[in-house]
Design a protein around this ligand. Structure first.
Ligand code: ASP
Length: 432
């Protein structure tokens, strides 16, 4: 049996066992974020993966850029990649926004509506951590923050804070300089290449603990939320998110891959399974990045040139699943609060949800927090008429983790599809 097949079987087994333990043993107990299953999952899987992310971002981008070498070729790859990121995210939001108009999940009987709104707002007002995160999320603030990250003043600080954007910018510059240096910088090029290979070997070892980590994390999620919630009053909302993600992940992205990448999309998806399952289990595209790079290059036949550039950047800015989710969630909340939106406001949701997804970090629940940007923009356009209170996100807080696991999987899938398509623009040539 191929080692990836065995790994996939083990991860799926971990997930199923986790769901069983969560539903039948843990559900009903009070399970917070300090529960032992969550702590064990973090220790076994999330922390070891995160440990690799920052060195990997630096070494993979430098190694990839030195291979590309030519700034003109990098410009073509960069332009095509950004076009891919933004167009797929816009399509994802459009799918979500259209779907939620048809399924109308916020149209619930008045007493059910009042009861979930009251419970949700209370949940929000007792969650001080979430309130603090939400407070500093304004559109202007978020964009200034992204610009500051793009032009950092101290690379060591970016590394210690775990912010990948600045490291990527620095690595692109360093990679180009190393390529331009010819004979003088050959030793450093070989150094970056060799450390990148060593990090990949480390990732291959860490990947084998994925099934155990996924077991703990799925048990924690299911134990906390309970599968019964899928049929509760939020069932329609959750089903809309699931359906939207399925349409985007299983139909639209495969179609894009088939047309622009000339690759059999479902065969490629099967090869990317370890990364997709890790995304599902860890709930973080950033923590999954080591596995995504390893699987894309070793199994998915993506070039190193494309993968080392498209995947690190994609894990922080390309989030199709999050963009789709933000649109569905915001429109659902407006429906639930009985606030009618016109076409102009729905278009505003489409645009701001795309930007909010770019601003979301690849960590659990980031999309839930940046959603306030979308809500604030729509509220402002309503001109002081009815407003959706920010506390409304408390309504969907309780079921967020399961949706987050699914949207993270689509986020990583979108990155992988991008790397496979860009392999056509930047195939691996012989390394000099
Ligand atoms: N958890 C998501 C990710 O890491 C971000 C989000 O939607 O919350 O990709």
């Amino acid at each position: 049996m191929k080692s990836t097949t065995l790994l996939t079987i083990l991860i799926v087994a971990g997930m199923v066992l986790g769901a069983i333990v969560g539903e039948f043993i843990l559900n009903g107990q009070s399970i917070g974020s300090g529960h032992w299953t969550k702590v064990a999952g973090d220790l076994v899987l999330v922390r070891p993966l995160k440990l690799l992310v920052i060195p990997l971002v630096l070494f993979s981008v430098v190694a990839g850029i030195t291979r590309i070498g030519d700034p003109a070729k990098l410009g073509r790859l960069g332009g095509a990649t950004l076009l891919y990121y933004f167009s797929t995210m816009l399509i994802a939001v459009a799918v979500g926004a259209t779907l939620v108009q048809f399924t109308n999940p916020g149209d619930l009987p008045t007493e059910v509506r009042e009861s979930i709104v009251a419970t949700g707002e209370t949940a929000f007002s007792s969650d001080t951590t979430l309130q603090a995160k939400v407070d500093d999320k304004t559109m202007g603030g978020t964009w200034t923050n992204i610009l500051y990250q793009l032009i950092p003043s101290n690379i060591m600080r970016e590394m210690s804070a775990g912010r990948p954007l600045g490291i990527i910018v620095f690595a692109i510059g360093l990679g180009l300089a190393l390529a331009a240096g010819g004979e003088r910088t050959r030793a450093a090029r070989e150094f970056f290449d060799a450390v990148f290979e060593a990090l990949m070997i480390l990732v291959q070892w860490v990947i084998w603990i994925t099934p155990i980590g996924v077991f703990f994390l799925v048990a924690w999620t299911v134990g906390r939320i309970g599968l019964g919630n899928l049929t509760g009053p939020l069932g329609g909302y959750m089903a809309t998110v699931f359906l939207g993600l399925a349409i985007h992940g299983l139909v639209i992205l495969p179609l894009i891959l088939w047309v622009f990448g000339r690759v059999h999309p479902y065969r490629f998806m099967a090869k990317m399974k370890p990364a997709l399952l890790t995304a599902f289990g860890t709930d973080s595209s950033s923590a999954t990045l080591p596995v995504t790079i390893e699987t894309a290059i070793d199994e998915g036949e993506c070039s190193e040139q494309a993968s080392n550039f498209v995947l690190p950047l994609g894990s922080t800015i390309n989030m199709d699943g999050t963009a789709l989710y933000e649109a569905v969630a915001v429109l659902f909340l407006f429906q639930l609060y009985g606030i009618d939106l016109g076409l102009g406001q729905i278009l505003l949701v489409v645009i701001t949800a795309t930007l909010a997804a770019v601003g979301a970090a690849g960590i659990p629940s980031a999309g839930l927090v940046t959603m306030v940007i979308v809500i604030a923009a729509v509220n402002a356009s309503l001109g002081g008429a009815a407003e959706l209170p920010i506390a409304a996100i408390g309504v969907i807080l309780g079921v967020d983790r399961i949706l987050d696991m699914c949207r993270t999987t689509v986020n990583v899938w979108g990155d992988a599809v991008g790397a496979r398509i860009m392999t056509r623009i930047a195939p691996d040539g012989p390394v000099e």
